[in-house]
Design a protein around this ligand. Structure first.
Ligand code: ATP
Ligand code: MG
Length: 359
């Protein structure tokens, strides 16, 4: 079952929202509604997010990402459609129940969230628990644990202004984790960071996710970030979701010309990782028996496709993908790599020669 189910959700700002929804359902374009001061921020969005998944919503500025996210925790009520969280329609909850769900089960991490300057890092991380009324000793313990998970052990008693931008963003993440919420909503949480720190935060989030298995909805306008983080990715354009799929789906089978133009300059050999192209869980069982004796080389899940091709070219076997504990996470047969290359005549992979040579 989906942890989060979004069913034909609309959000319209303006004088006659219901009428606007009806017109949109009949095929009116977003721009046609603007004349009477109506903004169709989200139009007929549907998708599901499975427990333990990182679901990325990607789109340009103004495409409706933040509005969509705010409907996922009930901060905004859909004009039409439903948002189900563990099967429960958020709009059907009373104000108190909704506040309860929002403070204990769903956490939000923003792009620029303000740390309280006159509170220690620990007190900042404990803020969500304080709002919940958790006693001081327990909230300090949980905040300390969350800070440690986010790589901030030893900084608990520092002041926010003693921390770098990346570290401050980690405090935000720790604040969200400390509440023990199952669902994390992250709106451009890493967008304000320098590229290197941003990449570091992405790694850290993936590592945390491996251990904690939260359900995460992550908003970004950055394609590379979407591809690195997303188990599933929704591409938004002008309020509509134009494609939902894996990174590989979106690169290899773009739903329309817009998505195709969005991804055309992407260097797949760097953006796609072993995790994105390895065989699915149902096939793994079959292949998982072969690796130990077959001399198959193994790579980490975040190995870029370019490196993967080079490894694959050296041996006749499939490449095994192992997580940090050495467990088999998946397998990449060579045909799969060749298939990925074959799909894209415009931007051949850097490793195309290597694969052909080894095939
Ligand atoms: N409260 C509101 N009242 C009226 N219009 C709104 C409101 N909130 C958002 N909008 C409009 O809805 C559209 C979608 O906005 P939204 O903030 O969801 O986009 P976004 O994809 O998050 O953009 P960005 O990447 O810039 O954050 C925009 O045209 C915005 O102006
Ligand atoms: Mg936004």
């Amino acid at each position: 079952m989906s942890r989060l189910q979004v069913e034909h959700v609309f959000k319209v700002f303006g004088p006659r929202p219901d009428e606007a929804v009806r017109r949109l359902q009949e095929g009116a374009e977003r721009d046609a509604l603007r004349a009477d001061g109506t903004t169709a921020a989200v139009i007929d969005a549907s998708f599901g997010v499975a427990p333990g998944e990182i679901f990325v919503v990607m789109g340009l500025s103004g495409s409706g990402k933040s509005t969509l996210l705010r409907m996922l925790n009930g901060l905004l009520t859909p004009t039409a459609g439903r948002v189900l969280f563990d099967g429960q329609d958020l709009a059907a909850l009373g104000e108190r129940e909704l506040r309860q769900v929002r403070s204990t089960r769903i956490s939000m991490v923003f792009q620029h969230f303000a740390l309280f300057p006159h509170r220690s890092v620990r007190e900042n991380a404990a803020y969500g628990l304080e709002v919940q009324g958790v006693p001081r000793a327990e909230r300090e313990r949980r905040a300390t644990e969350a800070l440690e998970l986010c790589g901030l052990a030893g900084w608990e008693d520092s002041w926010p202004d003693e921390l770098s931008g990346g570290m401050q963003q980690r405090v935000g993440l720790a604040r969200a984790l400390a509440t023990d919420a199952d669902l994390l909503l992250m709106d451009e949480s890493f967008s304000a960071l320098d590229p290197l720190i941003r990449r570091d935060m992405q790694d850290q989030l993936l590592e945390l996710q491996r251990r904690l298995r939260k359900t995460i909805v992550f908003i970004t306008h950055d394609l590379n970030e979407a591809m690195r983080l997303g188990d599933g990715i929704a591409v938004m354009r002008d309020g509509r979701i134009v494609q939902v799929g894996t990174a590989e789906d979106i690169l290899s089978r773009p739903a329309d010309d817009y998505v195709a133009s969005f991804v055309q300059d992407v260097d797949r050999s760097r953006v796609l990782t072993a995790r994105a192209v390895m065989t699915g869980a149902e096939e793994q069982g079959r292949h998982a028996q072969t690796p130990s004796g077959c001399g198959c080389p193994s790579v980490a899940p975040d190995t870029p496709l370019g490196e993967l091709c080079a490894v694959s070219a050296r041996v006749p076997h499939p490449v095994v993908v192992r997580d940090a504990d050495g467990r088999v996470a998946g397998v990449v047969p060579r045909q799969r790599l060749v298939g990925l290359l074959g799909d894209e005549p415009r931007a051949p992979l850097a490793c195309a020669g290597a694969v052909t040579a080894g095939a």
